[in-house]
Design a protein around this ligand. Structure first.
Ligand SMILES: Nc1ncnc2c1ncn2[C@@H]1O[C@H](COP(=O)(O)OP(=O)(O)O)[C@@H](O)[C@H]1O
Ligand SMILES: [Mg+2]
Length: 286
């Protein structure tokens, strides 16, 4: 059985107009099984977007290989099957609007794939319902909020029935409500439809919600583990230009300033409150 994504020694080199080359990914080995929800983190320029585009065969390897749903992206004949299996959502929702009516916008992907018009209609309506945008199916996309546009972009991807969705900082331009909506939808797609989710983000509170966190730096995969394994390594994270979630930062600060030893493994506000409660109770007993 293949994996959803299997990258072996994956390398990508950009060549600019002056023929200077820049190594954006350098020997990345990463396997993502079907159905996993993975967050990819890394400071600006670490290679996240380059990796995302390689999952969709937009960028082809300069070295090494990447298999998507068992298909080698170097195999041109598989290009459309690869893009059908693994679809992308980008950061800027405005750049993803291709039509003047929401339902036509969401139909663009399956139309390009040559799906029957009747089937497209049913897929598009179903997809718009999944992201809570069915009521807007006859609206003009450019009049929607950023979060709503991003939901339409996700619907367009869902209408292609992908096994995997790669989202490159999809919430970066959204307000808190828009961000929360997108995260809720991603969890639903993951849990109910078993879609593999690869979420590139710089929001630690989003990465905490993933099953796995992979960190890129300078084109290398430098950390890979569960959110708890990754986020408790605060020093390492800082050296990589990343922060721990606020819950862990708070406990760390109390430990440092008050000389306490509260376990610093609180990934959520609730866990943080639990650790603080246990600490305060312990203090009362002293
Ligand atoms: N079109 C390009 N031409 C040359 N270098 C590029 C190009 N796109 C990205 N890079 C470089 O490749 C590296 C990785 O970029 P990218 O994958 O966009 O990182 P990230 O998404 O993590 O910010 C960066 O150093 C960036 O400057
Ligand atoms: Mg990027």
């Amino acid at each position: 059985m293949s994996d959803m994504i299997h990258a072996e020694n994956l390398t990508f080199r950009y060549t600019d107009f002056s023929r200077a080359t820049h190594l954006a990914l350098d020997g990345v080995n990463l396997t993502i099984p079907y159905g996993q929800f993975t967050a990819i983190l890394g400071r600006n320029g670490s290679g996240k977007s380059t990796f995302a585009r390689m999952c969709n065969a937009i960028n082809l390897p300069s070295g090494g290989r990447i298999w998507v749903d068992g298909m080698d992206t170097m195999d041109e004949e598989q290009l459309w099957d690869i893009r059908r299996a693994c679809s992308m959502v980008f950061q800027n929702p405005d750049n993803q609007i291709v039509a003047t009516v929401v339902e036509e916008d969401a139909a663009f992907g399956p139309e390009n794939m040559g799906v029957e018009p009747k089937e497209i209609r049913s897929r598009v309506y179903q997809a718009l319902k999944m992201v809570g945008m069915y009521d807007y199916h006859l609206h003009a996309p450019h009049l929607l909020s950023g979060g709503q546009k991003q939901r339409v972009a996700i619907a367009g991807v869902l209408a292609m029935k992908p096994k995997c969705i790669v989202l490159d900082e999809p919430t970066a331009m959204l307000d808190p409500q828009g961000r929360a909506d997108i995260m809720r939808i991603l969890h639903e797609l993951h849990e109910k439809q078993h879609i593999t989710i690869i979420l590139i983000t710089h929001h630690m509170d989003e990465a905490v919600q993933a099953q796995r966190v992979a960190v890129l730096d300078g084109g290398h995969l430098v950390m890979d583990g569960t959110p708890r394994e990754i986020f408790t390594q605060t020093k390492r994270l800082r050296a990589l230009g990343l922060e721990a979630p606020q819950s862990i930062e708070l406990l760390e600060r109390i430990n440092q300033t008050a000389g306490e030893q509260i376990p610093m493994d609180a990934l959520t506000v609730t866990e943080c409150a639990d650790r603080l409660e246990a600490w305060l109770k312990g203090g009362a007993q002293k």
